[in-house]
Design a protein around this ligand. Structure first.
Ligand code: SF4
Length: 65
């Protein structure tokens, strides 16, 4: 599974980081999402999907399953 973020849509709530810190982090300056691991390994898929689902801005996308 591959994930990505739409930077202009991200508002920096950091919920993604809270849900799945292995895959998502936040930029120290603007607080916006930084993808640490675009290719999500199978063991983290469930957590990453939860993070995508919980982004209040819809800024995270699953590029491929
Ligand atoms: S939860 Fe969504 S809006 Fe918040 S930092 Fe993550 S991607 Fe950005």
């Amino acid at each position: 599974m591959k994930v990505d973020v739409i930077p202009d849509v991200c508002q920096g709530h950091a919920r993604c980081q809270d849900r799945c810190p292995e895959v998502f982090s936040t930029d120290a300056v603007e607080g916006k999402c930084v993808i640490l691991m675009a290719d999500v390994p199978p063991e983290l898929e469930q957590k990453a999907r939860l993070a995508v689902k919980n982004c209040p801005e819809g800024a995270l996308i699953i590029v491929s399953d």
